[in-house]
Design a protein around this ligand. Structure first.
Ligand SMILES: [Zn+2]
Length: 338
């Protein structure tokens, strides 16, 4: 049943007469009978609420799905307990509501299992979930989904900023990169068992909160000048292909852009302000927090690098090239920023 809430007579007030006694006292000096206001009678078919562990839960769609109010919820109903008064749920739930959770942000901890748990529970950083690397079937929850965890920091994507307010944060145990003798960042692999856990968790969250593919991102996507996680070894393509999670480009569209590109020296092109401006605008349009200025500066290079971590992980030099440029354009065609 997609829409369990049916309001049969919302707003239809049945006015009933007052008591005999009050009528007698109030009608003696007037010809117009005065009726006492009565409680509105509203026939609402309430969703089933079950009580569990001192909390109320509901497990049905609580609003009108045709209005795109993404309110399928399996969460707890937290109510006020005002001293001396009773909270009445006769009018609950309103159809006009949606979820606050709009994003899923993936991280790596850059720590081992024990230290990850310690830091994320005992210090000022936190995440809603922690995916260990122990090969078991457990995923740790550290923060209630309805509360804010401190995982994103200063961050932005498309029109949104400070994404702690609107996101679910998932930390994945992974030791993070080491820099080799040539100054290249070398990232460790994610074991398949761990990737499966992450995928199952993200799938569940994305389905429940109806999170857009454009809003399932890595920490580096929303803070490209500061962050590298979850890094180029995180298999975004596999998540897209095997679990329908997040974004990926269409190969044909990418190939068309690639074929129509003049195969020029992009290192030289990146010294041409008009070309740099075009690249920066495309990155900004896709969602990155980048201000087009025509200069191939550090912020632009870091943003290209983080884009490559996500969508062209074979080479994450931070330099623009024909393939990266074709992928970026193909993504802007598929996921326009409205
Ligand atoms: Zn992070």
């Amino acid at each position: 049943m997609r829409n369990s809430l049916s309001i049969i007579s919302l707003g239809f007030l049945i006015i009933s007469c007052g008591t005999q006694k009050s009528l007698k006292t109030t009608t003696t000096k007037t010809t117009t009978p005065v009726v006492a206001p009565a409680k509105p009678v509203i026939n609402v078919q309430k969703p089933k609420i079950q009580h569990e562990g001192g909390l109320d839960f509901f497990k049905e769609n609580i609003a009108n799905i045709t209005k795109n109010d993404n309110t399928i919820s399996y969460g707890s109903i937290v109510s006020a307990n005002p001293a001396g008064y009773k909270v009445v749920k006769s009018f609950f739930p309103s159809v006009g509501q949606n979820f606050r959770q709009k994003y899923i942000i993936l991280h790596y901890t850059a720590l081992d299992d024990d230290k990850s748990v310690m830091v994320l529970t005992q210090q000022s950083v936190s995440s809603h979930y922690l995916v260990n690397n122990l090969g078991d079937n457990e995923i740790y929850q550290l923060v209630d989904e309805n509360k804010r965890a401190y995982h994103a920091g200063i961050s932005a994507w498309r029109k949104d900023k400070m994404l702690n307010d609107t996101s679910i944060g998932i930390e994945i145990v992974n030791t993070g990169y080491k820099t080799d003798a040539n100054g290249v960042k070398v990232f460790p692999e994610y074991p398949e068992a761990q990737v499966k856990k992450v995928a199952a968790l993200v799938k569940d969250l994305a389905d429940r909160y109806m999170i857009s593919p454009t809003n399932i991102l890595g920490h580096s996507d929303i803070a490209p000048t500061r962050k590298q996680d979850p890094g180029p070894k995180f298999p975004w393509k596999k998540l897209y292909e095997d679990y329908q999670i997040g974004m990926w480009y269409d190969e044909d569209t990418k190939q068309n852009f690639y074929n129509s590109a003049v195969l020029e020296d992009y290192a030289v092109q990146m010294t041409v302000p008009s070309f740099v401006f075009k690249i920066q605008t495309a990155l900004r349009d896709f969602g990155y927090d980048l201000n087009p200025n025509g200069t191939f500066d550090n912020a632009t290079m870091k943003t290209i690098e983080t884009f490559q971590y996500h969508f062209r992980p074979e080479n994450y030099s931070g330099m623009m090239d024909a393939e990266t440029w074709a992928i970026l354009q193909a993504l802007n065609v598929k996921y326009p920023n409205k």
